[in-house]
Design a protein around this ligand. Sequence first.
Ligand SMILES: [Zn+2]
Length: 469
Amino acid sequence: MELKFYNTISGEKENFLPENKNNVKIYSCGPTVYNFNHIGNFRYYVFCDVLRRSLKLLGYTPDHSMNITDIEDKIIRDSLAENKSVEEFTQKWTQIFFEDLETLGIEKIEHYPKATESIPDMIDIIDKLEKRNMIYEKDGSVYYSISKFSGYGKLSKIDTTGMVSGTRYDTDEYEKEDLRDFVLWKAPKLEKEKFWETKYGNGRPGWHLECSAMIRKIYKSGIDIHTGGVDLLFPHHENEIAQSEGAYPEDKFVKTWLHCEHLLVEGEKMSKSKGNYYTLRDLLEKGYDKKSIRYLLLSYHYRTKLNFSLSRLEESKKAISKIQNTVDRVMEARSHENIQQKEPENFAKSAFEEFKNGISDDLNIAKSLGTVFDFLKTVNSGLDSGSLSAADLEDVAIYFKKINSVLAILDFEKKPETLVDEEIENLMAERAKARQDKNFKRSDEIRDLLLSRGILIEDTKTGVKWKRN
Ligand SMILES: [Zn+2]
């Protein structure tokens, strides 16, 4: 099956035909680093990860970038409030962002350009636009005159008739109704505000400019895929097109636009005032595990709204253990040998094809997961009846390893032997006695033994407790 994507700009599912399969140029709008990202943001970052991993599974090699916006209205406001330099302030939040990506099993990508390191590339685009008479200056800031770009509105399908030339916005975000010229270069407004000296005066870049500049800087051309959340469609992506195609009219800027839908919590828009606002760290503190969070975020098709709830996290946990239990059985049956790096060839071949068919259909991972659960039944009944040959088992192991290169939720390591509750209770009692007798050598031995079997001991107000890790 051919790989197809729903391209926002054409409004159709299209065959994906990159210029070079071995170098697929992808750009994903990244975070503004001034706060913890919420779970809705992570839905998008997991989507970017699934896109990248799926392309790899299907035989493409991505060359992928995600920008780090480290200069912007909110960053200036919050860093000044904390009396910190922009660098010090954004460094902390950038690090937290990367830690959170790692927690969710999101793969590192090829490029993470920073806005503050791309200023000359932004000036270069303004130069190109100036030569084509598409910009103007007002009160020390530089604006893009959208009436000079005939394609304005082609992505968001915004109606530009009735547009009033020369009205403008210098905020980074605004609504569709507020169709106006947007700022490319902003004169400083606050005292102590960070600025760069350039031929367009002292100032800093508008947010929209950085993505156009970074794409040019990294790829020297247009790109195959551009991703973002649906909230970025207008004005951000519309403005990116205007800047890039305005500066380089001979180049097609983006072939395929992919937009990831919103996440709702219990059917409502997430907001701090409603108390339904979660960062990744909030959920981990509540005791939800990272794999369940990743699974829930990836298991819904990216173009549908995801209705997040804590009970759905519990369901995700169950879904993962269902797959993991079968993986464990298969690994046990083949004595935990290393799994060969190849594709399934016989017993699991058609199941693997079905998995690939799902993701090839505009990344329909829900469809792929459905085929995984069907295949689990076949594998489990084969294991129950002992009808699977060594070659079958090997093929199934290869299948799991392959699908996990997209899902990133399974574990192939041999697990330490677990203890039943009664054995643990007996050891706990023996440890309490040893401590009473001041036999600390024995009590430490027991603690280490329990730890090696994944049992944690905690001293609480109501006495010593244990839990499974
Ligand atoms: Zn962007």
